[in-house]
Design a protein around this ligand. Structure first.
Ligand code: CDP
Length: 249
């Protein structure tokens, strides 16, 4: 987010470097139930981001001092693989991944019916296999599909996407160049049934009008992501149904 670049990010026709208009998100692919050994899982691609989420639980909470006698806790671990970025990322947790794990856990706790499982932990693992800006949103989008795939009772599923500003334009779903050389990045996640915002961050600067426009675009796009999440779950369950009825080997 330097805000200074000679690179043209949006041309005079309003076209972005990857051929999108300001209001278009990158192509999105969502698959539910991609891992056999986790209770639930999902794989998400958004543009060049590739993200895997796996869920275990509800299960006994470790470390035990984190147990809450009134409800379950959602413990998310966001991890960027060393090979996910062009400069090898030093493996292991760092400030950024601890922060992202925390905000994703908090967003998911808003929808999971945690009160049903006192003292338990619902563990969510997010692995970033390939990163190109927007990984926290892709991770949260994948995690909520993985939770639903695990059969965890939830009020709703959470879609997430970022909006931002680059070359003076408010843009949906920034790619790496726009994120690096743009002026603002605003990741957002919502509960679609109520439009409640459960994650909102902002890096950089924009005017109040630009911010309102960014939020409006991102909330609209979250509803599109939501449709793709539901579609992935429906495909997953029609496959399970076929397996159970013996139509598919
Ligand atoms: O990925 P997200 O946009 O949620 O988070 P960010 O902190 O704004 O990071 C933006 C992008 O910078 C990531 O998606 C990666 O492509 C890149 N990055 C990197 O190359 N090396 C890191 N250690 C962290 C991020």
């Amino acid at each position: 987010m330097s805000g200074h670049t000679d690179m043209v990010l949006v041309d005079e026709k309003g076209m972005r470097i990857d051929g999108r208009t300001a209001e278009q998100h990158r192509p999105i692919k969502i698959e539910a139930g991609v891992l056999n050994n986790a209770d639930g899982s999902a794989y998400v691609e958004i543009g060049k981001n590739k993200v895997l989420a796996a869920v275990y639980g509800p299960r006994e909470c470790h470390p035990r001092h984190l147990q809450d006698p009134t409800k379950a806790i959602v413990q998310c671990k966001y991890n960027m693989q060393a090979f996910s970025v062009s400069d090898r990322k030093r493996p292991g947790p760092d400030r950024r991944s601890i922060e992202i794990s925390k905000i994703i856990s908090e967003a998911l706790e808003k929808v999971v019916l945690t009160e049903l499982y006192p003292r338990a932990s619902i563990d969510v693992y997010i692995e970033i296999l390939q990163a190109n800006a927007g990984t926290r949103c892709a991770g949260l989008t994948a995690a909520s599909v993985a939770l639903a795939d695990a059969g965890i009772p939830m009020r709703d599923i959470v879609p997430a996407i970022a909006a931002g500003k680059a070359d003076g334009h408010v843009l949906l779903d920034l790619n790496k160049e726009e994120d690096n050389f743009g002026q603002a990045d605003v990741p957002i996640a919502i509960v679609p049934s109520t439009d409640e915002i459960v994650l909102l961050q902002m890096d950089g600067n924009m005017t109040r009008e630009e911010f309102d426009h960014a939020i409006e675009m991102a909330v609209g796009a979250c509803h599109e992501v939501y449709d793709l999440q539901k579609d992935a779950l429906k495909r997953r369950y029609s496959k399970v149904q076929k397996e159970v009825s013996g139509d598919e080997q």
